[in-house]
Design a protein around this ligand. Sequence first.
Ligand code: ADP
Ligand code: ZN
Length: 705
Amino acid sequence: MPSPIEILRKFYGYSSFRPGQEEIINNVIGGRDTLVLMPTGGGKSICYQIPALVLPGTAIVISPLIALMNDQVQALRANGVPAFAVHSNQNEADNSTALSLAAQGKLKILYISPERFMMDMERLAAAVNVSLIAIDEAHCISQWGHDFRPVYKELIAAKEKFNNVPVMALTATADRLTRKDISDSLGLSDPFCWIGSFDRPNISLQVINDPGKKKRLSYIANLIEDHPLDSGIVYCLSRKKTEDMHKSLLDMGYRSVCYHAGMLPAEREKAQRAFVNGEAQVVCATIAFGMGIDKSNIRWVVHNNIPGNIESYYQEIGRAGRDGMPAKAILFYNFGDIITRRSFVEESGQKDVNREKLEFMQRYAEASVCRRRILLSYFSEESICDCGNCDNCRSPRETFDGTILAQKALSAVIRINCAEGINTVIDILRGLNNSTIIQKRYHQVKTYGVGRDLSSRQWHSYILQMIQLGLLEVAYEDNFHLRPTPYGMRVVRGQERIELNTFRDTEFFTSGKRKAPAASKPVYATREEELMALLKETRREVALSEKIPAYVVFSDATLADMVEKRPVDIETFAKVNGVGQLKLAKYSKKFIGVIRKFEGKSKSLPAGSSVKETWILFESGMSPEEIAAVKEVQKTTVLSHLAELTDKGKITDFSRIISEKDIAMVEEAIREDAATAYKSLREKGVDPGIIRMGQAVVKYRYGIG
Ligand code: ADP
Ligand code: ZN
């Protein structure tokens, strides 16, 4: 059996495991049930894929996400692993081919939807040598989760039917109730549990108090411009908001697509494809988007509206930066969204749970301490220091004595008999003349206009803080009107003083004046950036010609490692993280060519490179036939390379190259007459490659020839 680390190097081109992966893999290979909790991007796939490659037979991976299945199959094949998917979105002929290939033992991994698994379970049990069963997105089994799927409940049958096969449950959902539910509901027996860290330190966190529509747009435009070759997601609350955002971005000249539940399936698929293959720079989506997206080079995620709970939020921002490279998560926070969400909650099935979840989300948005610590504490993970990669860490708040300011707001609320919500209260404080004010005669209230010196955004921020501090409360049952608490009353009477955080306006770049991306010629700040752009362009060309997504060719992390290592020959290229044997064979020439040109070297590799390439592929475990196939040359040529390598003493084990019978035949001819051996064997119809190889072996062993 090959070892897990050998497989990791050979097929994936990675040099080491991430925390947990090796333990998980060894437990599964040892036949133990396993529960894996890791955040999105943590590297769960490898945890079942490597046991699948090590163990004899076919691994069955149950996944609810068809798009993700197809993606994974594509990525596996790009690494040289035989995989197939079975689901209802594919014609029955293909499904049937997949099942019969599995039965013949020709697949290492079979992805299947839960519905199809239940349908085909008997057949699979009878015909396929199943090595392991992995249940992806295992949180779908829990009613406590945010993504319950009834069919998952039936999967307990898997453990009963395949009782000698290890079952793995994998999920990125971390809340405690769900965890326990998963293990119980699947009937796992004494499972090995791995609870990975949910920290995603490469994602920077930022919350911006709603700066208004125009500035939001210019902020998003800047994100797009700062990452012209990458992509991002803007999550919006409703279909309409999604479409509005999409149209605005199109108007500004950006390549945007739209994605929401109101679109036809075909339209949605088209949008998703455009995003995945990089045609679109940005997708404006409702939460329905992204479940099936394995795109590793999403560099930023904007939440245009606050999500209803931390789980969803974390999963959505987790779609950025899966490759471990820096990524940004930005949340635009508007108190009005809390009110909208609050009304959803009141209509929902599990009011109490959902209300609490929303309140936690709100606390996150309004926090003035390290945001990552808030997130991690939500997932019961201890974090003992500030992260340094969130807005609060980067610029800690300053405070001031806010007593007078609070008194102004509180007395405005009291004088209008607690009859208004936050926006009207702010209008009164700022002395506006709109119709509500005039109709209700608020301009005659004594506090009218006492807060003219502050902007509406400043007032928003301060009133929110007053709510957080417990001076004011929002009457959710009474149209969200503001009312003072007993603590607030003491502040109005001057019995208590309070501190507020100084309002901080977020920096925005100048808006609107930027040119549409296509029109401007890129200027690179550094040589590294320039090379990265060239490599991305090359990757895009390869992806287009092979009809696969760019990140399946190479991830951003792999390209970044190329920028770092600057491989100008095959040996160095093989050392780049993410370059496995198949990708080495298929893509090295092209990428090395680009790097050589960039470095001012002749584009073609020095003489002898092809032999070296054969050697590296041979060393990585490929057979001469496989090498010939990936290099697109005749097997004879590969054999002559291997003969040359034998002459140089680089190869001493010939069992994978030539049979002892063939060696004996060549030896006999040489012993008869070394000078005419080649000719006489050719006349007998022996392949010239075999003759060359046989001669090299005979020379190596007996010193003759
Ligand atoms: P998950 O399924 O947990 O969301 P993936 O399995 O898709 O995450 O992995 C995320 C990314 O990390 C992928 O690009 C994957 O190739 C990469 N990755 C996983 N394990 C390693 C490793 N040991 N070394 C380097 N990259 C890895
Ligand atoms: Zn922080």
